[in-house]
Design a protein around this ligand. Sequence first.
Ligand code: PEP
Ligand code: MN
Length: 463
Amino acid sequence: MTDLSATTLSSAPVPSAADYPGLDAWRDLPAVQQPTWADSEVFRSSVAELAVLPPLVFAGEVDVLRGRLAAAAQGKAFLLQGGDCAETFDGATADKISARVRTILQMAVVLTYGASLPVIKMGRMAGQFAKPRSSNDETRGTETLPAYRGDMVNGYDFTPESRAHDAARMVKAYHTSASTLNLIRAFTQGGFADLRLVHHWNRGFMANPAHSRYESLAREIDRAVKFMDACGADFDALKRVEFFASHEALVLDYERALTRIDSRTGLPYDTSGHFLWIGERTRQLDGAHVDFLSRVRNPIGVKLGPNSTADDALRLIEKLDPQREPGRLTFITRMGAGNIREKLPPLVEKVTASGAQVLWVTDPMHGNTVTSPNGYKTRIFDDVIDEVRGFFEVHKGLGTFPGGLHVEMTGDDVAECLGGSDPIDQEAFVDRYESVCDPRLNHMQSLEMAFLVAGSLAAKKGA
Ligand code: PEP
Ligand code: MN
């Protein structure tokens, strides 16, 4: 993953509120979207267990990532963040994890070429187990039960037992994250990420005649790889890549229990993942999530939906990045294709005028969710792409840098989003819709998006 020589391998004891007076301030603030744990004894023992388990990520890696994101904020790198809407315990299999990592690496090669910039690779993986919901309950027929809130909180099965909020699931989320990360580290350090191999996989995408429109770009990349080879590029060095883990920091009991003081810096790091974001539903300025995350050293993201005002953005900067440290704060905008060209410019303009240097990333998924005529939650590929295009247009118009892409995707051949050059139609949902939450781009749709974005990035470069 990353050079560990600069990191501490000792897991310092979880800091007490006495060590860090502010670290528990969130407990007195309104915290929305939190579980109501069924058994307080199980809750106490689960949190106590988490508090002494080893960190999932190391503080030094988190610092490396902050540096990479700072480069992206300055227009010198591009962030690719992708993975499930909601990871599941059952879905943490070697096949699914490797397919997802592989797809992200494949997308990254295409984007690296398109942007002529390093691409920071980050999974919505190894911790994305908790979901905010618009309703507390779900009704099926005559029965109403608590809504599914992610495997960290309750089960997807529609029974009272499964839907009860069980704190022991936090411990299982930790262990599932640990085994997922272990596999990711093995893949990305052990030769699986070899540039030539990743490039070779992309030939599978091009073998589909539906993708012939990307042929010239694919040929250019092919020539670039051959050119590197001919020049004697050290492909051995390209066998290893940095890969970072991220998730929405939603369940604060879990995030707090995994927070450790780094022995090098003496500062608190949330060691549940490298990068944590605050969701659209939990970004209240005086709420518990913003307060808690303001106090850890990790790079932080905040989702900004179409109702966000420039004032919200400025106040979030004040709270989460008072030192104006590049790499600390990422705004992940999810406006919807129909809104982005109108809603994004005032935010970017006012934030830029304030002197803050945040990283701007587009999430073209969450503002474009619709219901298909046959009743599935879906997204239309062209809408997703249109939001990405709008994001690039806005930044081009303002002279700012469109720094990254945040997508819900999988490496599997599912049918959850409509369209693409080899189109998915709604009839395919019946057999191949697997997501327990939002619809994801499948393997081919994800690669197609990378080709389209690479085309825009290359055009931007030439402009
Ligand atoms: C998500 O990322 O799955 C999510 C719930 O997004 P948002 O907070 O932007 O709605
Ligand atoms: Mn989602």
